[in-house]
Design a protein around this ligand. Structure first.
Ligand SMILES: [Zn+2]
Length: 353
């Protein structure tokens, strides 16, 4: 009788609630992540400092490491700093940059990572990927899944609301990414991992259809859970397929073509997903999508994040080059720049009507 199942790389603790940070020391000890309390904590010099002041008295055996930026150099420097000091774990306390730097450094020295997210700007908090700036722009590095995830909603509410909106854009873009994955399955026979797709899609749908907003804890809980589940979906599939399709290619094109003007990741991928849904001809879904983005204050037109329609058209034309080998609605339609311009005009008209 076959009873084989598969093990899913996943954190041993997921603690999402108001006040979660107050129990961080207990969590580390109780879960035997660090019964000695010897952990290396990576924080930013900015918002990280007030959290440090708050946590230093309870995390008495911890050492604190300042992280200057989200570069691979910073990550290597952090790894060199913590190497050989007999820590039980590395704690990344901050936004996406700090967590990505801490993830990479922890992987490099072979220690587990505890991710304590201070904002919900994207789905990287629990993903097996560390995104770091390098000499070639930006690179994605495979790392182990964090051993624990802590999201204190009291801290999340203190971050600029734009970061919460960005997380919403990233979560709902899963729906578009999975449509791309299924399209590639239909056209090219690319295998779809059903479990990864189920988790990422359900996460996206939960955020898309939740009536609440950035101001309420019920919604923030669903958003944080959706971002965590999306990260685990990526661990299951072994790549970013469950959460990244045409939506992300368009966003990467903005990053590469306009590195100094890019908006937040989730703002760009939300817009990219709305346009990709339009290209797929799923008009009812596309309409619901843009309505939801709008309701949360997310951009549905490029002008809302400082790009002209022509810049958007060029970004869409460039997008397939950002992820060679990934098949999405963009590669499938293979539109010329003029055809993209027409499709955009139609999209903009549909939105304003
Ligand atoms: Zn994303």
């Amino acid at each position: 009788m076959p009873v084989l199942t598969r093990l899913i790389p996943s954190p041993v603790v997921v603690d999402i609630r108001p006040g979660a940070l107050d129990d961080l020391a207990g969590l580390l000890a109780d879960q035997r992540i660090s019964s000695s309390g010897r952990v290396a904590i990576a924080v930013s010099g900015g918002s990280g400092q007030s959290l440090r002041t708050r946590l230093e008295p309870v995390l008495t055996a911890a050492d604190w490491y300042l992280v200057a930026d989200g570069t691979i150099d910073s990550a290597v420097r952090l790894a060199d700093g913590i190497k050989g000091k007999r820590y039980d774990a590395v704690v990344g306390l901050g936004g996406g940059k700090i967590i990505d730097v801490a993830k990479y450094a922890a992987a490099r020295v072979g220690l587990p990572l505890v991710a304590v997210a201070t904002n919900l700007a994207h789905d990287g908090l629990c993903s097996p990927v560390s995104t770091l700036d390098n000499d070639n722009g930006r690179g994605s590095y495979g790392v182990p899944t964090p051993i624990a995830i802590v999201v204190d909603l009291d801290v999340i509410r203190d971050a600029p609301v734009r970061f919460i909106r960005s997380g919403i854009g990233d979560a709902v873009s899963n729906i578009s990414a999975i449509a791309d994955w299924e399209l590639s399955h239909g056209i090219n026979g690319e295998p779809v991992d059903g479990l990864a797709a189920a988790m990422a899609r359900t996460a996206g749908e939960a955020v898309l259809r939740h009536p609440g907003g950035a101001g309420d804890d019920e919604f923030l809980t669903v958003l944080a859970e959706a971002l965590v589940l999306t990260g685990i979906a990526m661990s299951i599939s072994g790549d970013t397929r469950p959460s990244s399709g045409a939506c992300h290619e368009i966003s990467h094109a903005f990053d590469l073509l306009h590195p100094t003007r890019r908006a937040l990741h989730g703002e760009q991928v939300g817009l990219g997903a709305a346009f990709a849904m339009h290209l797929r001809g799923a008009h009812e879904e596309s309409q619901l999508f843009t309505e939801v983005l709008h309701r949360h204050g997310l951009p549905v037109l490029p002008e809302e994040i400082g790009f002209s329609p022509e810049e958007f058209v060029r970004a869409v034309a460039y997008a397939p080059q950002t992820r060679p080998g990934r098949f999405t609605i963009l590669e499938h339609l293979d539109l010329s720049t003029d055809q993209i311009r027409d499709a955009y005009a139609d999209y903009a008209k549909t939105i304003s009507s």
